[in-house]
Design a protein around this ligand. Structure first.
Ligand SMILES: [Zn+2]
Length: 302
């Protein structure tokens, strides 16, 4: 089942494409159309056009195009249905209940993965205060992190072989949900092994504060120094930044983009809270848009 064409049309007609695109792209009028720099490819001169008459967009550079739903789903990385829902909400249009079994299944799995992550953040954080976490505690002491900081960022410690897996099972989570979170892998012998072992753990949250992934730092000289959660149903590296949920733009009205978790955390501890860090090496267009959209401000990259 899907929404009827009538209601989809109503949502489209009440959301002007120029208004929606303008929230992401600086548009200038030229004749009947509007032009701006394409958010879907890198360019110096504007080849991205929006037609208010036809209510469509088209990029002459990369060929991307479509209507207001296509635009929103592409730029936000959401499904067509989610774009319809988001724009309906914006226009105060009440949508009928949707009962597509596949969508429902996906939404339920997502909700479970958030719960797995939330439980895990707490589990790792409590571990940090146990005697087994000695190396982690020494590292924290060396970096002079206060207890308030540890609590605010829910810094944690991941323990042995399948400790987390067992704790999640005990909590009633199912294999499917646990594996989808990327926190546990199954090896060729069918054994479940925690992804993070003996690492200092940093929960990564989305803008709404939900735990979507983790970063783990080694406590000895082994490599790699940091590992991260794989992308999954709730986590996309390019669309999220570390510290997004706690960053505040403050008086300077600027957001600072720093290199890693520890930079964000140490700056927060010094009272500098307008900081975020990208979750993959390149600070890409989407990450820039996320900052602009959330904070409606500029950023400075370090
Ligand atoms: Zn383009």
């Amino acid at each position: 089942m899907r929404y009827s064409d009538e209601i989809i049309d109503e949502v489209r007609q009440t959301n002007d494409i120029v208004d929606i695109v303008s929230q992401y792209v600086h548009l200038k009028r030229s004749g009947r159309n509007f032009f701006g720099l394409c958010p879907f490819h890198n360019e110096k001169s504007p080849s991205f056009s929006v037609s208010p008459d036809k209510q469509i967009f088209h990029c002459f550079g990369c060929g991307v195009g479509g209507n207001v739903f296509t635009f929103l789903s592409k730029i936000e990385g959401i499904s067509f249905i989610e774009a319809v829902q988001s724009l309906a909400e914006r226009a105060n249009i009440q949508l009928p209940t949707l009962q597509n079994s596949q969508d429902t299944y996906k939404e339920e799995l997502k909700a479970k993965v958030y719960k797995v992550n939330e439980f895990t953040a707490q589990f790792y954080h409590e571990n940090l205060y146990k005697p087994e976490a000695k190396l982690a505690q020494e590292y924290i002491k060396k970096r002079k992190l206060t207890n308030n900081t540890l609590k605010a960022f829910r810094i944690g410690f991941s323990g042995k072989f399948d400790e987390l897996y067992n704790a999640l099972k005990k909590q009633g989570f199912e294999e499917k949900e646990i594996l989808e979170s990327g926190l546990v892998n199954r090896n060729d012998n069918g054994k479940y092994i925690d992804r993070y072992r003996n690492r200092l753990m940093f929960p990564i949250c989305d803008a709404r504060g939900r735990v979507i992934a983790f970063g783990g730092r080694v406590l000895d000289d082994s490599k790699p120094k940091y590992i991260n959660s794989p992308e999954n149903i709730v986590y996309s590296k390019g669309r999220n930044l570390f510290g997004l949920n706690v960053a505040k733009k403050g008086d300077t009205k600027k957001i600072l983009v720093v290199e890693g978790y520890m930079d964000v955390i140490s700056l927060h501890q010094r009272g500098i809270t307008n900081v975020v860090a990208p979750l993959r090496n390149s600070f890409n267009t989407t990450a820039r848009l996320v900052i602009k959209k959330k904070f409606r401000t500029n950023y400075i990259k370090f």
